[in-house]
Write a protein that binds this ligand. Structure first.
Ligand code: ATP
Ligand code: MG
Length: 362
């Protein structure tokens, strides 16, 4: 999928702007606070009808203006489509092929994007919640079964914890809840295991490309419950037994002690843990490889690569990693990159790309 052009008006610090893009690689160069991330954000907004950095749409409208617009054209292997989206006090209006979508859910999905921003480093460096959120979002997009098991699990878990907090908890009731939890937990665990295996294989290939085959990345599921069965019924049986075993301790501690709400993912390079021993560049490369693995997942689902938005990734990668990243990716995926300095850009990638200098929203 290619975003051929974009026109924006009253979006963040942009008054009005029209850009034609290169089908492979586009680089936005500029000093701090000039509007580079705003441009990526406008593309993200055109794709998903929301921002990646705020939930308040109003912030996207240029100061003292009423309405912001983003329009663009995408081409896929079989069609060209105009997309447009606007935000005003009255809300958002989105059009595909000049026809207004009555619901945003109809609009979203025409332009697919994967964004990597500095805060994605938290995927590696941050606490387990960040990784669980990542799995939940990604798995949920692919599997409705996962999404419903997760939401049921969370509801039942909250109820169980309420019971555990009471002075004389109703054990019979908790056993009933444990029975339900076993079923939902088994679905969540098996889906997560499958998803992490797939994304781990893609990420390992990408990491190896970027590091010029010098680093072997392993992405592994670290389930809170160590289990043996990989068939649903067997796993439900195992979980039932474990939950029953833990019940006395849970009553004592007044909370649920085991379950997929405590799962994690681990990353290792050539056998050492990246979170503990990895250099800054290795951690960044790991987070990037895992995010880039999404490109492959989306292609598997949709049949086309999404467009890739890379905010501020070049500065921490050495020249070799940069060159391997951008050359290996741009032939498959249309890429948009921001950087503060042209000297950040490796000469090896200069030939087949378009660069834009960004100064004060121009
Ligand atoms: P850095 O290199 O620091 O990441 P950047 O080029 O990515 O910088 P952006 O985040 O794209 O910077 O743009 C920030 C600029 O946009 C700031 O000057 C900010 O004041 C301005 N800005 C943000 N929102 C609005 C808005 N709604 N209206 C006008 N200007 C805005
Ligand atoms: Mg920025």
């Amino acid at each position: 999928m290619i975003l051929t052009d974009i026109s924006i008006s009253n979006f963040r610090n942009y008054d009005s702007l029209e850009l034609d893009f290169h089908p492979k690689l586009n680089i936005f160069i500029g000093a701090n606070a000039q509007g580079k991330t705003n441009l990526l954000e406008s593309i993200y907004f055109l794709a998903l009808a929301k921002s990646h950095r705020t939930t308040k749409d109003k912030e996207l409208i240029r100061f003292e203006q009423e309405e912001a617009f983003v329009n663009g054209h995408i081409t896929t292997s079989y069609s060209t489509l105009p997309l447009s989206i606007s935000i005003s006090k009255k809300g958002k209006r989105a059009k595909v092929n000049h026809l207004e979508s009555s619901r945003l859910s109809q609009y979203i999905g025409h332009l697919n994007t994967v964004l990597f921003a500095p805060e994605d480093l938290n995927l590696v460096k941050g606490p387990p919640q960040v990784r669980r959120k990542f799995i939940n979002i990604e798995c949920g997009q692919i599997s409705k079964v996962y999404l419903s098991a997760l939401s049921n699990y969370q509801k039942v878990l909250a109820t169980k914890n309420q019971y555990l907090k009471q002075r004389n908890p109703d054990e019979m009731m908790i056993e009933v809840l444990n029975e339900q939890l076993s079923g939902y937990a088994a679905t969540i665990i098996l889906k997560r295991a499958g998803f992490i295996k797939t994304i781990g294989e893609f990420a390992a290939g990408i990491h190896s490309d970027i590091s010029n085959d010098s680093e072997a990345l392993k992405v592994e599921y670290a389930p809170n419950i160590k289990y043996e069965s990989d068939d649903p019924e067997g796993l439900v049986r195992e979980l039932r037994i474990l939950f029953a075993e833990y019940l006395p301790r849970e009553i004592e501690r007044m909370q649920t002690l085991i379950g997929p709400h405590r799962d994690d993912i681990t990353f290792s390079i050539n056998g050492f843990d990246v979170q503990t021993y990895g250099s800054q560049g290795q951690q960044r490369t790991t987070a990037l490889s895992v995010k880039l693995a999404e490109l492959e997942l989306i292609r598997k689902e949709v049949g086309e690569y999404p467009v890739l938005l890379l905010d501020d990734v070049l500065s921490e990668l050495d020249e070799n990693r940069q060159a391997h990243l951008l050359t290996s990716i741009r032939d498959r995926v249309q890429t948009f990159v921001t950087t503060t300095s042209i000297s950040d850009i490796n000469h090896a990638i200069m030939d087949d790309m378009k660069a834009f200098r960004v100064t004060e929203g121009q």
